[in-house]
Design a protein around this ligand. Sequence first.
Ligand SMILES: C[S@@+](CC[C@H](N)C(=O)[O-])C[C@H]1O[C@@H](n2cnc3c(N)ncnc32)[C@H](O)[C@@H]1O
Length: 200
Amino acid sequence: MGKRCGKASALQQDICAVLVRLARSGKQVVRLKGGDPFIFGRGGEEALYLQQHQIPFSVVPGITAALGCAASSLIPLTHRGLSRAVTLVTGHLQKGGEFRGWSALAQAGQTLVFYMGLEQADVIQQQLLAEGCPSQLPVALIESGTTRAQQLCITALGQLSETAAGLTPSGPVLMVIGEVVGLRAELTATLNSLDTLAVA
Ligand SMILES: C[S@@+](CC[C@H](N)C(=O)[O-])C[C@H]1O[C@@H](n2cnc3c(N)ncnc32)[C@H](O)[C@@H]1O
């Protein structure tokens, strides 16, 4: 019952119905998801559906893309003096009514992580700039994070839309916005110098 961004996939109501049907037939059913089932994974909806149909279940926590992608890209999501908070945001902000939280997202001293944000890069750029974020605020676009195919693109908020339009990703992309993205350059410089020492 997998889903692929932008491609035809099973309807949520059908997925829920299959879970109940298989469980009632006596099977132990595994609903496998990427990352954490309760972070933008509709795991909460499925769990509620099972609850309403008296199907016992347990939830196995996973490492959500924000944590996995950031760490494997050498981007600390929090860092003393730079970022005191991390906000996980869906890029599908226009769905379910107008989003009113832009000014909170634009507050300094935090890191924003947008899931499913690539197609909304222009909106994200415009709204954050309009709320006072600096155009040089660093942004990381991480494709297929934590896998061998991981790709990283570093840009700035002022160029986000242009950079996103130039990408042709073949896997999921996560967007990390905040001063902490700049730490990556420092951390990789240290690693590179350690490599050099090791070779020497
Ligand atoms: C429907 S959400 C599912 C999130 C998942 N439940 C989690 O906790 O990571 C799908 C979005 O998560 C992000 N994502 C998931 N896996 C990713 C990966 N390996 N690399 C980059 N982004 C990823 C992308 O933004 C993608 O569009």
